[in-house]
Write a protein that binds this ligand. Structure first.
Ligand SMILES: [Zn+2]
Ligand SMILES: [Zn+2]
Length: 94
């Protein structure tokens, strides 16, 4: 997600004057997050970050949001590989 101030959005892409999530009008100084699905799909960063926690899709076109914001980092650990297994010898009673 690209973050920028509302005033930095090119006029051609400024199709929405209000945030589709909170329905409030954008101010020039508002920080908006632009989704990857469409550069004209932008929302207040605070609004879209809250939205993403609930739904991983664009509020406008319902496209899946693949770009996870940093605040929802998932703890992931790499796959464990048991390389030691081959060295172990079973006790042979004979
Ligand atoms: Zn908003
Ligand atoms: Zn969209």
């Amino acid at each position: 997600m690209k973050k920028e101030n509302f005033k930095d959005i090119p006029d051609a892409d400024k199709i929405a004057t209000e945030c589709a999530i909170c329905m409030e009008e954008f101010n020039d100084a508002d920080e908006v997050g632009e989704l990857d699905c469409d550069k004209r799909h932008y929302f207040h960063t605070k609004c879209i970050e809250e939205w993403i926690k609930v739904k991983m899709e664009c509020p406008l076109c319902k496209k899946q949001i693949e770009d996870k914001p940093e605040l929802v980092k998932e703890e992931s650990e790499g796959p464990f590989e048991d390389l030691d297994e081959g060295d172990k010898k079973l006790p042979d009673s004979r």
